[in-house]
Every structure is written in C-alpha cells, then in structure tokens.
Write a protein that binds this ligand. Structure first.
Ligand code: AMP
Length: 279
C-alpha cells in the first residue's frame, strides 16, 4: 500500500496502473475510519482492480462554528485499517495541496442542496461537491463509492456527475450500524456514554417509524412525529426530521413513492444524522 501526498505522485502511480489496463475505484473519506468506511472499501474492491482511499478533512465543507479543528484524526490507525482491507493507495493531501491560496472556483448544486443538511449548514454541499470533483480530477477514478449514511450527499454527487458529465460511475453502499443500532460515524467519538445511550433514540425512532410504515401508515407527519417524540424524550435537540421524495428531495405529505425518512439531531454538542428508506 502506498501513501500519496502530492497530486503529481498520485497521477504518476495511478497512470502506471491504468497503463497496465487496471481500473481504479476511489473511496473519499475524512479519515478516522470505521467499519462503515471499510464496507465502502470492500464494495470498491468488487468494482475495480485498484482501490484508492482519500483521507482529507476538507475545510471548505465546514461552517465557521463547526468542528473542523477538533474533527477526530488518527492517520496511523487509518493506515492500518486500509492495509488490513487490501487498499492499494491512500491519497492523504494537506490543505496546501488541495487549495491554492487564491482558489476561487466552486461547484454548486442548486436544488437538492437547498434542504435538510444544506439548509442547516450553509455552504456545506458547495464544499463537498467542489472537493469531490477535485478528487475525481486528481485520481481520474473509474468508480467512486459513497455511503447511504449521507443520503443527501450521495444524491447530490450523483446529480453533479449527471449534470456535468463527469466520467465516473457512482456506487452508493448501505448504511452500516453499530450492533445496538447507532449509525456508525467518526463523530460518535465525541459522545459521552450518556449521550451515546440517549442517541440510540434516533435509530430506535427510525425503526419504529419503519414498522409503522410497514403496517400501512402513509402520513409523513405521523412517521415524523414518532421519531421526533423519541428524540425529544431522550433530550436530543432536533435539527430536522423529514420525509422526502428520494429523487427530488421535496417534502412528501403522503408517502406514495420511494421516500427517505431523514434525521439530524444534536446530543450535547454532537450533530448526528441518520436515515431509512421507505419503499
Ligand atoms: P466521512 O469520512 O464521514 O466523510 O464519510 C466518508 C464516506 O463514508 C461517505 O461516503 C459516507 O457516507 C460513508 N460513511 C460514513 N459512515 C458510514 C456508515 N455508517 N455506513 C456507510 N457509509 C458510511
């Protein structure tokens, strides 16, 4: 496994694989890897001859009062995880490699990113789409794998690739949970034991809502209320609980087409997101 710190080295290594006729899959991450990330790596291995994991805490997707400085980092541990999963290369750039001091070009998705995390975190998705397109251009990967944990992000990336004719196949892999139901996230590290226990109300609420939906409930408000009550009773601060059309991310009053029930909530200072699909 090679560690690539510059764009020139990355291009040289990946070009040499391409010259041998090998295909390349990219798994973009911000590091502090967990089993959710590694499930994307496993999926990537099935889709291409070589797997590259990028580890980069992208400053442009963080708001001024967010957790950029304290975002968890542990490169040695990430390196060991990647090696154990048969990753071929880690692209591990620093800010000077990724952004010129006078960087002034951005990719902006103008529809799907207006709602949910886009409404709560202005500028977040502009940072995400911009860095992801840069990673695609740096690696010229054939395939890129994203997680359904960030359902809105995955949808926005698919839209970017479609609308800008980016020659990369996007694969969206399932959400991976802890055994007790909590969606795996690097940010779970911030939770105290008590917050973590109370945060289980998110996945528990989504489970209950899924069961209610399976039992025939089609009113979005009833499904959302169930989730909101559980989180509020556990002392969480709700950012949003919504039922959206899964293609357009427009709110649904009645679940009469493929939908996503999505949550963002704070436990203490930690903002957690989670979702389930309603089919
Ligand atoms: P992050 O490092 O949080 O930016 O995430 C990098 C990639 O891993 C994104 O495509 C996420 O959607 C994905 N990911 C993070 N957590 C999970 C999870 N629990 N299950 C599946 N994919 C995940």
């Amino acid at each position: 496994m090679i560690i690539l710190r510059s764009i020139a080295d990355t291009r040289a290594a990946l070009d040499s694989w391409r010259r041998q006729g090998q295909t390349i899959a990219l798994v973009p991450t911000m590091g502090y890897l967990h089993e959710g990330h590694m499930s994307l790596v496993d999926e990537a291995k099935k889709r291409a001859d070589r797997v590259v994991v990028s580890i980069y805490v992208n400053p442009t997707q963080f708001g001024p009062n967010e957790d950029l400085d304290k975002y968890p980092r542990d490169f040695a541990r990430d390196e060991a995880c990647c090696k154990a999963h048969g990753v071929d290369a880690i692209f591990y750039p620093d800010n000077a490699v990724m952004y010129c001091p006078d960087h002034s070009c951005w990719v902006t998705e103008e529809s799907l990113s207006q709602t949910m995390c886009g409404a709560a975190r202005p500028g977040h998705f502009r940072g995400v789409t911009t860095v992801v397109l840069k990673l695609f251009n740096i690696t010229r990967c054939d395939v890129a794998v994203f997680g359904r944990k960030d359902a809105q992000q995955a949808l926005i990336i698919c839209r970017m690739v479609r609308d800008l004719n980016v020659p990369v196949e996007i694969v969206v892999a399932p959400l991976v949970r802890e055994p007790d139901g909590l969606a795996m996230s690097s940010r779970n590290k911030y939770l105290s034991d008590d917050e973590r226990r109370r945060a289980l109300s998110i996945s528990a609420g989504l489970n209950q809502a899924t069961a209610l939906f399976a039992g025939g409930q089609r009113q979005a408000a009833a499904l959302c209320d169930l989730v909101k009550t559980g989180i509020a009773n556990a002392g969480g601060k709700i950012d949003y609980v919504v039922v959206m059309d899964r293609d357009s991310l427009r709110p649904l009053a009645t679940v009469d087409r493929p939908a996503v029930l999505a949550v963002a909530a704070f436990f203490g200072k930690t903002r957690l997101i989670d979702n389930v699909f309603l089919d």
